[in-house]
Design a binder for this molecule. Structure first.
Ligand SMILES: Cc1cc2nc3c(=O)[nH]c(=O)nc-3n(C[C@H](O)[C@H](O)[C@H](O)COP(=O)(O)O)c2cc1C
Length: 200
């Protein structure tokens, strides 16, 4: 089993980084032979999508469409295509994913998808027929879990992008809410269990 963990926080060894590591430990506790690659987005050269349209026009049979931007996504896209499952760790900024994660999602949107027919002709559908699974770990500084609905547009964005482009189903999420008030200790076990769920 190959798993790619996307670490979208700007801060290392803080909330998201710690919870993603805990989820990876959960994976390893039940699947010790799993190959896990963690990608820390801020360490990579990931430029903005330029809407040049090259990927959208590329041959729909190719597993990955050509991207005209020469940056680290040239290496990351094949890694994403080769994976069976994903971990997304994302801090919530202004109610949704932070900027580096949004940039990343925009870059996989059409490189990993082709124009489909549902729900509207031309919308992205996965290039890969291989069904995958994913979990997402979100964190917020202030808004506690009971109020998640008012704070978390990130989960729906991740769910739709990975469904449309990576053929990945979001099988579980952890919303680590209000970490500025409550800290992260209470979420560690939940992250571990979520990682275990990814191997099921
Ligand atoms: C620009 C910015 C916007 C933020 N927006 C929100 C928000 O809408 N709701 C919230 O509860 N916390 C918000 N936060 C707090 C972050 O969600 C919190 O610091 C982050 O989840 C902690 O993750 P980290 O320790 O991995 O950086 C914001 C932080 C920044 C810097």
């Amino acid at each position: 089993m190959k798993i790619v963990a996307i670490m979208g926080s700007y801060r290392k060894a803080r909330t998201i980084d710690t919870l993603v590591d805990r989820a990876i430990e959960g994976v390893k506790s039940v699947a010790p032979n799993a190959q896990i690659e963690k990608i820390t987005l801020v360490d990579r050269d990931i430029q903005y999508c330029r809407n040049c349209g090259v990927c959208r026009k590329d041959d729909p049979v190719k597993p990955i469409a050509h991207c005209a931007i020469q940056d680290d996504m040239q290496e990351i896209l094949p890694t994403m295509a080769d994976a069976d499952a994903y971990v997304f760790g994302v801090p919530i900024f202004e109610g949704t994913v932070n900027a580096v994660t949004k940039t990343f999602l925009e870059r996989i949107c059409w490189t990993m998808a082709k124009a489909g027919r549902w729900p509207v002709k031309g919308c992205p559908e996965p290039r890969s027929p291989v069904k995958r699974q994913a979990i997402a770990i979100l964190s917020s500084g202030i808004i506690v879990p009971a109020l998640r609905v008012f704070c978390d547009d990130a989960t729906s964005l991740i769910k739709s992008t990975i469904g449309d482009s990576l053929n990945a189903k979001l099988i579980g999420t952890l919303y680590a809410g209000g970490v500025e008030k409550v800290g992260i200790d209470r979420y560690l076990e939940q992250a571990h269990k979520l990682g275990q769920k990814l191997t099921s």
